[in-house]
Design a protein. Sequence first.
Lengths: 691, 342
Amino acid sequence: MDSDYAPAAFLLVQGEKLWLSPVLILLAFPITLIGLRKSDPLFARGLILVGGIGFFWLFAQGFAIGIRGYNFSWLESLLGDLGDRQFGMGYGAMLCAISFLFMFTQGIAARGTVGGDVFVAGAIGGVIVIVLVFVGYPIANMLFSAFIDDGGEYSIGVFFTKFFDDRLWGLACLSDGRCGAAWNSLFLAIIVGFTTTMLGLAFALVATRSRFRYQRSLRALTVLPIITPPFVIGLALILLFGRSGSVTVFIADLFGVQPTRWLYGLPGIMIAQTLAYTPIAFLVLIGVVEGVSPAMEEAAQTLRANSSQTFQTVSLPLMRPGIANAFLLGFIESMADFGNPLVLGGNFDVLSTEIFFAIVGAQYDQGRAAVLAIVLLCFTLSAFYAQRAWLGKKSYTTVTGKGDAGMHPHLPRGLSIVVITIAVIWALFTLVVYSMIVYGSVVELWGVNNTLTFKHYITAFSVRIEDSGIRWSGAAWDSFWTTITIAGIAAPLTAAVGIVTAYLLTRKNFAGKQAFEFGTMLSFAIPGTVIGVSYILAFNVPPIEITGTGVILVVSFIFRNMPVGVRAGIASMTQLDKSLDEASLTLGANSWHTFRKVILPLLKPAILAALIYSFVRAMTAISAVIFLVSAEYDMATSYIIGRVENNDYGLAIAYSTTLIFVMLTVVGMLQLLVGRVQIGRRTLQGTEVRV
Amino acid sequence: MLKRLFIVFASSLIALGASINASQADKLTLYCSAQEEWCQLLARSFEDATGIDVNMTRKSSGETFAQIRAESSNPKGDIWWGGTGDPHLQAAEEGLTMEYLSPMRDQLHDWAISQAESSGNRTIGIYSGALGYGYNSDIVEANNLPVPACWKDLLKPEYKGHVQMANPNSSGTAYTTLASMVQIFGEDEGFEFMKGLHKNINQYTKSGSAPIKAAGRGENTIGIVFMHDAVQQAVSGFPIVVVAPCEGTGYEIGSMSIIDGSRNLDEAKMFYDWALSTDAQNLALQVNAFQVPSNRSSETSPSAPDMSQIQLIDYDFRKYGSSAERKRLLQKWDEEVSVLPQ
């Protein structure tokens, strides 16, 4: 058997790789505890000790011994040359790590921490470990490089030189030059956060609280941008408003002015991002707007408040967590967005693309990329804290389980007209953009030869029936199947991790909860380009060697998208009264049962949102993916970007259109699978969460 | 509870420490830095010719270089084909690629061999292309702009907001432009030229050929690119006119290197030899790639720019391909040119 890849147990029997033997011994050790009762202090202490040491040893040996023997020179001088080597860990090691971890948490629970609850202890331990391994470790690895100078030595000076660079903080745009990327990003993110939240709120209100007749079609429209690869919106905008875009040329002819490149830069990115992220704000806000208990509003009206007073003093304040979340998401998404600035940025430099250039450019300045990432992180974290401070400690609980009855009142008349107008205009705009996308996929050569043709679809998705079966001969099939598979694996995992984390954050108190929350939100605040490169650096070498596989893509998606699951879960869970849990616990159920039988069913909207969002993001993500795809696992988006770079808009847009329809189908099927949401009587009135 | 515990421990004992990572025979991982169709065609044709499975990833030469560097302690790729020569030279300089003397060398043009020699035989020329620019004749006409013919013409104030080139930090093409200007005009005057050009530039793009593609679609007027890219747009039906600047111009040598530590070295060498043959190089014509192939007997397209008619400078690949000089020029460009108001 090949000693580089054989299971450790076999190797140990043959007397090889003896540094793995403690793992085996420790794994077997708990057998001696089997006779003990759970309340026995020895049971708890034994498990904690075995789990802790085993886990530590597993990782310590992994880091210490690599493909060239010892990884650290001091180990070599201490212990002499090893004369052996080991490659990355496999599934067996993963199972071992899980075993040790749960021994440890079981021990902790047996000691009576977190109410002696095995499920809660295990869940906390599990989330902490995976976040540390797949977010903390690669990012720390990457950030350290901010302090490494050209010679490979650590130096604070290097960091400050790069940090106070004029290209970052320059304010020349106040006169006639260009501003630094940091200011550009900040300015853009604030505008986009604000516009997406306002539009999202308008939509949520129209969809749930107005007499508008086409609510359903409005809801369907809002979902379109979210299932579109972001740069496709950019392309459509170019086809409409670019220097030679249809609208630009039409207006230029009409008024006899010169067409300009006004789209490239801040205006273009802003429009594209607003189109792309309004649905996210909508998805966050609709849950909250629906979750506000009609009982409170009815109470206000019974006390003779008119509809606008009710809205201002009761409904709106209760929506605050949603509004803050929506702003935060829009802000961070805009900061981290990569596709739109890449296509539409012109000379408007933003942090995310600057990071990309620092890494892929000929300069290959990892340190600069890391410094830029730190700046970006500071912005997003400030947003995170501002949001928390604003929400304060008020209670937003409205779904109490105590006679939740009643109907949402309609919006005040004036407001209703305003939001419907906004929603309709925006919907029409979206419609135009999307018809452009479809139209662009069926013309020969955009702008030059507008003959209708299906040739782009045929190039991408042709299928031949041969004797040996179906042959997928189109150019796009490989990347298409890979994308579907990877997204399909990542989505449920993402939703699961996100919802469990949200449950722990809202329902359980434990030491270090703040740090826990911070850690789980961190990966969202870090732009994909940085995640991509840090993953390549951290996971290309043992002990965790997963670059070039599909696993690294799945992992990157889980941790990129997990915060959305967490956010959705938190937003919904803060509205579920704790007395529901307490009732369940009082009736003798444990945490796991309560979570499964009480919380989960009430969280269906959040779960659905998390599932849909993570699936869709996995199919449309580009920034991290562009670094992580390999020859075997090429993703649809990186393939499409390749086509765009090649000026082959036809094929790129045809492929994107196909992706859009595929995602629509999947979203529809998921909806059927997870089922409809029924909270209270008002679902009977046809306001179930439709996405 | 204990029973369940026991099951978990027992099963984890059985599965302890396995890794699925078996190596397979007869496959090749190709990093390709030319356009998608060309890469695809090349990979499939090699499969047909040899029966070796090819895993191909297409990325720009800068991205590929970054990836190879990031993977250097545990290389995943076998061979890197295509893309401008500088990153190949840099990779050679850093020892990321390995020395190989192909039996095909005596069939190649001199420039292909000199590329190999300047890298210690770690890379070799597979095609070459001259730098130039192209303009959208419709827009030039509609705006009554003068027709450009030289590099210095691009400095005319009429072209303000009409010229596009890639960012030299991210694109090999644009770096070649910068290095060529320094070699044509001398360093000081070359940088003065770049500063003047900066005033007319409407955008520094990421990808080297993006400026001419934007010009083709009418999003831009003049794009500074390799001439074969401009020809390709013209052949695709876009209203592009290709210009070989009167002062003379620099050129690139598209290169190929075997990645050091390749896991499929024999297959990589087979690919290397095959890629230098006329069979492989004639494939370029099928995908509208108008570079000049390095094998002397390979066919050239009638649409390709005639290299003998273009005034080529004596481009110093060794000097301007080195990391130190590159870093110095880019930093100077960043500090003196890119920050200027436009």
